[in-house]
Design a protein around this ligand. Structure first.
Ligand code: MLC
Ligand code: AMP
Length: 504
């Protein structure tokens, strides 16, 4: 039995290793050993300020090696890593800090003035970490030893809390255990054949499952390298591809790469693997990609609550429009959403999954947990799918009201609640419609109170203070009333059809 399975397996094996872990945009190389020394100093500081195992560390900082070292530090000190999208407004962050009871918050210097009242109210300490690696946190950490006694943990202990929005109300913190992360990393490393020779082109954010766990944990486990870019930048990606062996991205990455003629067969000839996920990859994109490069994108399917569930095969046919087979240790079934009964092969129903990858429940929300995680361990994903005769799973829709824009999840309910509060608004409906770059984009449909004229610009300005930019409707439209069925339920399908070409 290991003392701290996640730390020992992902990080501990690399102590004092001179091998490169991160290749940085300025040409600098960071070795595994140096990265772990930085993490040990952070773990020392986090412990010194009084955080004890199980305490939450809320982190809303730009992508940097230091930000990633914080993740390692939390694992080493037995703390719960709680990463937050940098696009969230102070209002949004306030909820996460309060709900999680985080003991410390780390933010960019620029956010300090808006977040310090929140930290004070929640009794959390506030420190800064800027995207360039400076800040009060690193300054203090420099005084700590580059070795830290790893805090013992069990596989069942929570390693991370990732918030995911709900269809009805507030966001819920998905509790991911050490075992959840470890089992998925091991499975994916094996399935996708990652080794110490791999160099992963990493342009995803590190506050979500895809960039944080799928990409990073697999690389750590394999002892490979990452070209660690602050964000997706087309020119930079094209410039760096020749040094990479593998890439992971959301579909927007692939459509943007394809839009550039420099992205060619020659440029990618040496690449071993392209993985896509977090949102549906159009079969058309898959086919265009193959025509252009000769590579077939490997599409997989996952969620914050479950890590990865299915994957197209590494060897064997990667079938466009499908998310492949359940991973070896994941059980997947298609059920009737009313009865929960398993449906015959080929029928469309809700996707349920069970396995060591499935989370431990929502933070302090036992009722919400019970609604989605069955007693027998099956998690109701909210996705609608189908399994074909060869066993390939396809996602055909969603049983949850959710928009995915450029790989970010947007829950219409949250935006509707805010729009409904605006001057002159009687009611609203928020829908996702096709968008060439983001896959889906947000349209807000507003119904005015009788005899009132809505000031759309004023509404846009008012909601911008409360909602992250990527959630804000790209278009607001006014209708005299919302289409409803005989039960009085708003027919979003009708609205989606009506505004289908809003972004064409
Ligand atoms: C940025 N903007 C977006 C957006 N990202 N708007 C809608 N949807 C998005 N996803 C807006 C900004 O607010 C800004 O608005 C403008 O676009 C330009 O900002 P930017 O930062 O320059 O954008 P860009 O770098 O082009 O970002 C697009 C992107 C990025 C697709 C590269 O969103 C991204 O990296 N997405 C990946 C998300 C991800 O990692 N998902 C994984 C979730 S895990 P304005 O108006 O100010 O100009 C998960 C589980 C699983 O789902 O299975 O993996
Ligand atoms: P999140 O809650 O941010 O982790 O998003 C998870 C959701 O993203 C899933 O429930 C799916 O709806 C969607 N998703 C992830 N991967 C894929 C994929 N390959 N194809 C279609 N949808 C996906």
């Amino acid at each position: 039995m290991m003392a701290n399975p996640l730390y020992d397996t992902l990080f501990g094996q690399h102590h004092q290793s001179a091998s490169v872990f991160l290749q940085l945009p300025d040409g600098d190389m960071l070795s595994y050993g140096a990265f772990l020394e930085m993490a040990a100093q952070y773990a020392g500081l986090l412990s010194d300020i009084g955080l004890t195992p199980g305490d939450r560390v809320a982190v809303q900082v730009g992508k940097s090696p230091q930000a990633l070292a914080l993740y390692a530090a939390c694992v080493q000190a037995g703390l719960v890593f709680l990463p937050l999208n940098t696009a969230y407004t102070a209002d949004e962050v306030a909820y996460f800090v309060e709900n999680s009871g985080a003991g410390i918050m780390l933010c960019d210097e620029r956010a300090k003035s808006s977040l310090s009242p929140i930290a004070a109210r929640c009794g959390a300490r506030l420190d800064t970490l800027n995207a360039d690696g400076t800040g009060s946190f690193v300054q203090q950490a420099a005084a700590f030893p580059t070795m830290f006694d790893t805090v013992p943990r069990a596989e069942t202990d929570i390693a991370a809390l990732l918030y995911t929005s709900g269809t009805t109300g507030r966001s819920k913190g998905a509790m991911l255990s050490q075992g959840n992360l470890l089992s998925n990393a091991a499975t994916l490393q094996r399935e996708w054949r990652f080794t110490s020779k791999d160099v992963l082109l990493h342009a995803l954010p590190i506050f979500h499952t895809h960039g944080l766990f799928v990409a990073t944990n697999i690389t750590l486990l394999a002892g490979g390298q990452m070209i660690f870019l602050p964000k997706f930048d087309l020119d930079q990606m094209i410039g760096d591809i020749p040094r990479a062996t593998a890439m992971m991205g959301v579909p927007t990455f692939y459509t943007r790469l394809l839009s550039d003629t420099r992205f060619s067969k020659d440029l990618t000839a040496h690449m071993r693997l392209f993985v896509s996920g977090s949102a549906p990859l159009l079969a058309e994109t898959h086919l265009r990609f193959e025509e252009r490069t000769g590579h077939r994108i490997l599409e997989r399917y996952g969620m914050t609550e479950t890590n990865m569930n299915t994957s197209n095969p590494y060897d064997g046919e990667r079938r466009a429009g499908t998310v492949g087979f359940p991973l070896p240790d994941v059980e997947l079934k298609i059920t009737d959403s009313q009865t929960g009964a398993t449906l015959p092969q080929g029928e469309i129903g809700q996707i349920e999954v069970r396995g060591p990858n499935v989370f431990q429940g929502y933070w302090q929300m036992p009722e919400k947990t019970a609604e989605e995680l069955r007693e027998d361990g099956f998690f109701i994903t909210g996705d609608l799918g189908q399994i074909d005769a060869d066993g390939y799973v396809s996602i055909v829709g969603r049983n949850k009201d959710l928009i995915i824009s450029g790989g970010y999840n947007i829950y219409p309910k949250e935006i509707e609640l805010l729009l409904d509060e605006q001057d002159g608004v009687l009611e609203s409906a928020v829908i996702g419609v096709p968008h060439a770059d983001f896959g889906e984009s947000v349209v807000g449909v507003l119904v005015p109170k009788s005899d009132q004229k809505l000031d759309l610009e004023a509404i846009k300005t008012r909601i911008s203070g409360s909602l992250a930019r990527f959630k804000q409707p790209q278009k607001l439209v006014v209708l005299p009333e919302l289409p409803r069925n005989t039960m009085g339920k708003v027919q979003k399908n009708a609205l989606r059809a009506q505004f289908a070409s809003a972004f064409h």
